[in-house]
Design a protein around this ligand. Structure first.
Ligand code: GLN
Length: 231
């Protein structure tokens, strides 16, 4: 398995270091043709407008969209989540080019500006618990986006409870009953997305989760090729 990391801007070095700690080599991707040599891709956090401009400059969008359509495993963190969303709100003017594929509406700066960056413990039932420890992870939220609405095929992996007295409540979609929460980690088929930054912590469970998901998808793909060949 060769894991590519989109290396235009943002925390790509931290993702590569996190993969290295798991004994996996992450390969920097900056040009469309480099996507042919990786079997999965991580899109790091950073600044999504800048990243989109650089991706446009390098003519990466068609190849990135093909990669997603070919059902190759892709994990977007923070700005990467914004890139993968089918719909983004909370942008200033004009918006930015997106890859899309994730049936979600994402608020680009749901949690506010750099000054409103924060850390929080999130319940994460899908991650293996740390030895004897609770199934929570430390979420590092930096100018963080959030998922406001998710389609029927989207599995919610983590939510952040929005306190009733928080101004953030006004940004939520109206339909929520009871305790208000916002989605901060999702999975849809070959796509994984987190609003926070696991690569900035020493906890490697999200990277392990993605690698397992990627190897299952790759195994499924090669089995179907064998079936076609053998049929
Ligand atoms: N909200 C930021 C953006 O629009 C993303 C922040 C991040 O990746 N840490 O690009």
């Amino acid at each position: 398995m060769v894991v590519g990391v989109l290396a235009l801007q943002g925390s790509f070095n931290e993702h590569i270091a996190a993969l290295r700690r798991l004994g996996v080599k992450g390969v920097e991707v900056r040009k469309p043709e480099q996507l042919q040599y990786v079997s999965s891709l991580i899109i790091p956090g950073g600044e999504s407008t800048t990243m989109a401009k650089l991706a446009e400059f390098h003519n990466l969008f068609p190849a990135l969209r093909d990669f997603v359509k070919m059902r190759k495993p892709v994990w977007g963190t923070c700005a990467g989540l914004i890139f993968l969303a089918d719909k983004v709100v909370g942008q200033k003017s004009g918006g930015q080019e997106l890859i899309g594929g994730l049936d979600c509406t994402v608020h680009r700066n749901f949690f506010g500006s750099q000054l409103q960056s924060f850390e929080a413990d999130l319940p994460v039932p899908n991650l293996a618990s740390k030895e004897g420890g609770p199934e929570t992870c430390r979420g590092v939220f930096i100018r963080a986006p959030a998922v406001l609405e998710a389609g029927p095929d989207v599995e919610v992996l983590a939510v952040y409870p929005v306190p009733p007295d928080s101004a953030l409540i006004d940004q939520l979609v109206d339909s929520q009953e009871g305790e208000k929460k916002v989605i901060v980690a999702v999975k849809q088929g070959n796509l994984l997305a987190t609003a926070f930054h696991p690569e900035l912590t020493v906890d490697s469970r999200w990277h392990t989760f993605f690698l397992k998901m990627a190897s299952e998808i790759e195994e499924g793909a090669s089995n179907s090729i064998v079936t076609i060949e053998g049929s």
